[in-house]
Design a protein around this ligand. Structure first.
Ligand code: MN
Length: 483
């Protein structure tokens, strides 16, 4: 199903490429030993290098190189054994060096692929490159009516800029791409993916063209979008804006635009710079990075199981549906939670409980899986007790409620509250006999062919047993006794 914007002059297709800035998980910055922790008091994590004091020299942090290589491998990408840091020159108050150390001609990672699970099938999106660079500081405009303050804590933090090819064709695909990329980074442990804290930020390059056109038209770039929802909304708006302009005989100018979530619109920020405006040149303070193949192979050997492989395994080994598997692998912590519950119970039932019952509670209380009020082991035990018929699915919901509110082990809750399922044939038969004796009218109706009355009997049985009678046995034994 393709995403098309209808216009009077034809059907318009949207072409999107994304540049994602992902903060590398590392205790120290890219070229200094200053800390990177989020939320520290302003300017408390700034070394002389980060403040660009005269004469300071950058020293590369090896962990950041490892993380970039690990990410490249996770994106099925080519690792360049030689890469070069260059200076990208521009002035901005939060950039004390007057240039950003980045990579340009020779990035550390080349072409790769990310596969999206779209409802209409898998879509392969090309990665053009991944390069390392420093983050800038932050201008604070909201501290004083007349002054702007500068916080350099972020100055020099290591970023990976991951650039996709213009392969995305709809806001939905762009949203999926970010979610998938974020999942991969989190599996790899190379970026925490926290968009609210700015550790994952997205720039979207958007253009439109008449369906069937081969050449790309002029694009605009929407800067620094900090949520998946906003990325999708910004692209949608920008594409419609461009179509309207073309439909009215206008043309698009290449520029950088800003998405205003409050007004739900994009507006012009500045005319787009070309690479040559930045006067890139190799940083004379830093040698090219030259890696051994062995260094790369060692990292490759420690890669974790990634989302696509995990998904196939959940489908093949656990018999999950593709939809359930997709949901469960979307986040590494969810996948781990599910798996530790599944291996001690029954995987398909465990998937149902995680996706339906547990997610409902987490959504209700605004919790992440890490803050789940029920542990994976206890959820697995509960599912196991349903699977082995100790309790019914209905009683399990009551037990689950108690586990959430009071905590505890499901088996002891069931024991304490006497919730164990009644599976004793003679006990159930006895209850049915009593019911039939007490309700001759309904019994008569059933025997005269009104078999719907059976449902009423089941309901009575469940009430009489406080929901504890095994529903399957009740059904079977009722049928036998009534006829
Ligand atoms: Mn960048």
């Amino acid at each position: 199903m393709s995403y098309i914007l209808e216009g009077e002059t034809g059907e318009w297709e949207v072409v999107i490429g994304l540049e994602v800035h992902a903060q590398i998980m590392s205790k120290a910055k890219l070229f200094s030993g200053a800390a990177t922790e989020f939320g520290a008091a302003p300017n408390t994590q700034v070394s002389l290098v980060d403040a660009a004091m005269p004469g300071m020299l950058p020293v590369i942090n090896k962990i950041c190189i490892e993380q970039a290589v690990r990410t490249g491998l996770g994106l099925n990408a080519k690792i360049n054994l030689r890469s070069v840091f260059e200076r990208k020159n521009y002035f901005y108050p939060d950039l004390p060096q007057g240039y950003q150390i980045s990579q340009f001609q020779e990035p550390i990672v080349g072409e790769g692929i990310v596969t999206l699970d779209m409802p209409e099938g898998p879509r392969e999106i090309g990665i053009e490159r991944l390069h390392m660079e420093q983050d800038a500081g932050k201008s604070l405009h909201d501290q004083d009516p007349n002054l702007t303050f500068i916080d350099l804590n972020r100055s020099g933090i290591a970023l990976m800029e991951i650039v996709s090819n213009p392969d995305l064709r709809s806001p939905a695909e762009a949203g999926e791409y970010i979610l998938k990329l974020r999942a991969i980074l989190r599996y790899l442990g190379t970026c925490d993916g926290n968009m609210e804290q700015g550790s994952l930020r997205c720039d979207a390059n958007v253009s439109v063209r008449i369906r069937g056109e081969v050449a790309l038209r002029t694009r605009t770039e929407i800067k620094n979008i900090n949520s998946v929802r906003f990325v999708m909304a910004a692209i949608e708006h920008e594409a419609r804006r461009q179509v309207d302009i073309y439909e009215n005989g206008g043309s698009i100018i290449q520029e950088t635009r800003l998405y205003d979530a409050d007004k739900d619109e994009t507006r012009s920020m500045r005319s787009k710079e070309e690479a040559h405006d930045y006067r890139y040149f190799p940083d004379p303070d830093l040698l090219p990075i030259v890696l051994d193949q062995e260094f790369v192979d060692d990292i490759k050997a420690t890669l974790p199981e990634l989302p696509d492989v995990k998904k196939s395994r959940f489908i093949n080994d656990f018999g999950l549906s593709a939809d359930d598997a997709t949901t469960l692998i979307s986040d590494v912590e969810i996948a781990n939670f599910f798996e530790s519950a599944a291996i001690i119970s029954e995987p398909k039932l465990a998937a149902n409980w995680v996706i339906h019952e547990l997610f409902a509670i987490l959504n209700r209380d605004g919790l992440s899986i890490a803050k789940s009020p029920v542990s994976s082991v206890n959820l697995g035990k509960l599912v196991g007790l349903i699977a082995d018929n100790t309790i019914s699915g209905r009683i399990a919901k009551d037990v689950f409620e108690i586990m959430i509110n009071e905590g505890g082990d499901p088996a002891s809750i069931i024991e304490d509250k006497g919730l164990k399922q009644i599976t004793n044939t003679s006990e159930i038969e006895g209850m049915i006999d009593e019911l039939i004796d007490a309700n001759p009218e309904q019994t008569q109706q059933y025997r005269e062919g009104n078999i719907k009355v059976a449902g009423w009997f089941v309901g009575q049985m469940m009430t009489a047993s406080s929901g504890k009678a095994n529903p399957q046995m009740v059904n079977e034994l009722l049928k036998k006794k009534l006829s």
